[in-house]
Every structure is written in structure tokens, then in C-alpha cells.
Design a binder for this molecule. Structure first.
Ligand SMILES: CC(C)(COP(=O)(O)OP(=O)(O)OC[C@H]1O[C@@H](n2cnc3c(N)ncnc32)[C@H](O)[C@@H]1OP(=O)(O)O)[C@@H](O)C(=O)NCCC(=O)NCCS
Length: 368
């Protein structure tokens, strides 16, 4: 049984209790604000994060506190506001959760992540936290819970499927280690009838209108049964997202292929640079508008980006990208450029109402 005992105890506090965990101990869920939290709570979250990191990435060193907190305080641009919660059992921080409240066409989705500290797993904590979160997400206008980037064969996917979140999309994760690739692979000429425009930070004014139209063609990219809908981009939305990137300290580089006859953007690719990942580039959208497909423009703009990277940002030694597993063309282009596939991750989702109904049904079977 889940009961809400107290709400809004302090500006960033909200206490909800679950009496239904396997060992019948209370789980207390409490809102957490990394910008305002007290040092003692930040240290508890840091210890939690490092315990999880040690288990999941044993070969990696612990992150220094300062870098970890900078990372936590920097929301990813373009996903809307993010909220955090901590779950305690007998005062111990046993789980953390976060949700991005997506905006625009996807404003019914809470992009949610729940993590249980390794030595408290398989005791019902993750499930309890999910069910404590549901009413809070509904109160924020959400009807769908979605989770991304779960390793295909990891505990997250198994748990999610067990508690009623279906596998909604699959992504191939690919890395390009610049030192391992012969840059000859990036010597790709521009097809006749097109010119290439590169920019940093903001799309040039003369191209932004057709850039918005071209970016809207991302709606064709296969994303399985995700509840997320790619936006219809407008110039205002492009400028707003650029401003968000600036606020988050994220650098952006873009390469456009422009059709010389029409002056329209035919293809584009975007690469982001995060202050917390100083030697990484993060590949964002690449798209060729439908009428221009099959002419090598996707390969051309991505190759141009890599040549620029090598010349202008030699400190970047890895580029990271994720592509829908059924997006054969993009995966093939990435292989031609020297990317290697490192893993497959999945996205999961469910309607909040389905999860609640299922919980009632399972509880009914247990007691009945
Ligand atoms: C996924 C995660 C949150 C699960 O938390 P948890 O408290 O261990 O999960 P629960 O005890 O509530 O598990 C409920 C059921 O899910 C299934 N399940 C959970 N973990 C599983 C695993 N590693 N392998 C197979 N099934 C699993 C089981 O059916 C389990 O019931 P059972 O223990 O009676 O068999 C935890 O493993 C975790 O933090 N993983 C890393 C972060 C992550 O992947 N989060 C995903 C959500 S965004």
C-alpha cells in the first residue's frame, strides 16, 4: 500500500511513504535540489553515485566531488526542466531518481531514471520508488514514464520489463576514437550542386529558416514506440535551443549542405561539446531532407565535421553517437567514417495508468 503522508514540508521537500516493500520497511522519497541541498546531503548523494560507478564501471577512477557536482547541476539542454528525488530506508540513501519533464509535442512524457545502490538491490526498492514517483509525475501533467540508455542485457532492462515498462526502442551505441581512424576515410567530396556551410554556436541567419525545416525531417528517423515526438522546428525554437545550450555551457558545431539551386538546407549534422566531457564530442542530429536522400550528403556533412574536428579541436579524441538499431543507413555511414559499435541500449516506457493498474492487479493476486 502506498500512502502520501506529507507533502511540501519545505521548499524542496516532499515526503511520501511506501509501506508495501518486500521487507515492509518504509521508503521515504524526498525531493532533492542539487543547487540548494546541504553539504551533508550532497555528500550522501556523491557517496551513492561513486558506489554505483564502482559497480558499473570498475575500471574507471572515482570522479572528484567538484566535477561530479558540476555534472549533476548541469541539465542536458533540450530536455526541459529536471527534478531529482532521493529515497531513504531507515535514514540510509538507498535509491535516487530523476526525471526530465519534456516539453512541446512530448510534454506528456517524464524521461525518468531510477538507481538503487548496489547492495540494496532485489529487495523491492526500485519498484517501490517507481510507484512513489507515479503520482508526483502525474501531478506534473505526465501520462507516460520513459527510460533511456539501458544496456540491452543489463539489470535496468530486466527490472523495467518485470515491472511493466515495455521495450520501446533500441539504439546502437557507436564510438569513434580519432587516433584509431585513418583520416583518409573523411576525404569525401561535396556532391555537385551543393555547397557546405560550417558554423559554431548559432545557425547563420540566412540559413536558419530552412535549417528549421530540414531539422523537422528528423521526424522520419525511426524511434520505435517511444512516446517522444520530434518537434516541428521553427526559427524561434532553434534560437531558444541555442540559448539553452549557451546557458548550459555546451558548445555546438554544425555543418550544412545547401542546395545551390534552391538555397535550401539539404542536409545537416550537429556535434556538441560538454564542459564535463573535455575530450569528447557528442554527435546530435544528422538528417537529409527526403527529396535529397541517396546522394551521399549524409556522409559528406559528417566527414566534413570530422575533418574540422581533427584540425580545430585535436584534444577531442572520441566522438559518441547513438542511432536507432533499425536505421541501417546511418549505421553504415558511421562505419564508413570509422565508428565502431560498442553496445546496444534500449528505451522503455509505459503509461502511468497501466503501471498503476498492473500494481493493483499484482497486489490482488498476492492477497487473493
Ligand atoms: C534497475 C534497478 C533500479 C532495479 O532496482 P531493484 O530495487 O533491484 O529492483 P526490485 O527489487 O524492485 O526488482 C523487482 C523485480 O524486477 C526484476 N529484476 C530486478 N533486477 C533484476 C535483475 N538484475 N535481473 C533480472 N530481473 C531483475 C525481478 O523480477 C524483480 O523481482 P524479484 O527480485 O522478486 O525477482 C537497479 O538494478 C539499478 O539501480 N540498476 C542500475 C540503474 C538502472 O538501470 N535503472 C533503470 C531504470 S531507469
Amino acid at each position: 500500500m502506498i500512502s502520501v503522508l506529507a507533502v511540501m514540508c519545505a521548499p524542496w521537500r516532499q515526503v511520501v511513504r511506501n509501506e508495501g516493500t518486500d521487507d515492509d520497511r518504509e521508503i521515504e522519497l524526498e525531493a532533492f535540489d542539487p543547487d540548494q541541498a546541504e553539504q551533508i546531503d550532497l555528500l550522501a548523494w556523491y557517496a551513492f553515485a561513486m558506489a554505483v560507478r564502482k559497480q558499473e564501471k570498475p575500471d574507471r577512477e572515482a570522479q572528484p566531488f567538484d566535477r561530479w557536482i558540476a555534472d549533476l547541476r548541469l541539465p542536458d539542454a533540450g530536455y526541459g526542466p529536471r527534478e531529482f528525488w532521493g529515497a531513504r530506508r531507515d535514514g540510509e540513501l538507498v535509491a535516487t531518481a530523476s526525471a526530465y519533464l519534456l516539453e512541446g509535442e512530448s510534454d506528456q512524457v517524464a524521461l525518468t531514471s531510477i538507481t538503487v545502490v548496489p547492495d540494496r538491490r532485489r529487495a523491492g526498492v526500485g519498484t517501490a520508488v517507481l510507484h512513489l514517483l507515479l503520482p508526483l509525475l502525474e501531478a506534473r501533467g505526465r501520462t507516460v514514464v520513459e527510460g533511456w540508455d539501458l544496456p540491452e542485457d543489463g539489470p535496468g532492462r530486466r527490472w523495467a520489463n518485470a515491472v511493466g515498462l515495455r521495450t520501446a526502442k533500441s539504439m546502437v551505441v557507436q564510438w569513434l576514437d580519432t587516433a584509431d581512424v585513418d583520416p583518409v576515410a573523411w576525404e569525401v567530396s561535396v556532391p555537385d550542386g551543393y555547397r557546405v556551410v560550417d558554423w559554431s554556436g548559432e545557425v547563420p541567419d540566412e540559413s536558419v529558416d530552412s535549417f528549421a525545416r530540414a531539422l523537422t525531417a528528423m521526424r522520419d528517423a525511426p524511434i520505435g514506440e517511444s512516446g517522444v515526438v520530434f518537434p516541428v522546428w521553427t526559427v524561434d525554437l532553434v534560437r531558444k535551443s541555442e540559448a539553452e545550450l549557451r546557458t548550459s555551457g555546451i558548445g555546438r558545431r554544425g555543418v550544412l549542405a545547401v542546395n545551390e539551386a534552391t538555397g535550401e538546407v539539404a542536409a545537416l549534422t550537429l556535434l556538441d561539446f560538454y564542459p564535463t566531457l573535455p575530450t569528447w564530442g557528442v554527435q546530435r542530429d544528422t538528417v537529409v531532407v527526403p527529396a535529397e536522400r541517396g546522394r551521399g550528403l549524409g556522409l559528406c556533412v559528417k566527414a566534413r565535421m570530422l575533418r574540422w574536428l581533427r584540425e580545430q579541436r585535436p584534444e577531442i579524441d572520441r566522438v559518441h553517437t547513438g542511432t536507432g538499431s533499425d536505421n541501417e543507413h546511418m549505421i553504415r555511414i558511421n562505419h564508413l567514417l570509422g565508428y565502431r559499435t560498442t553496445s546496444v541500449s534500449v528505451g522503455v516506457n509505459a503509461k502511468i495508468s497501466e503501471l498503476r493498474d498492473r500494481r493493483v492487479e499484482v497486489a490482488g493476486q498476492e492477497t487473493g
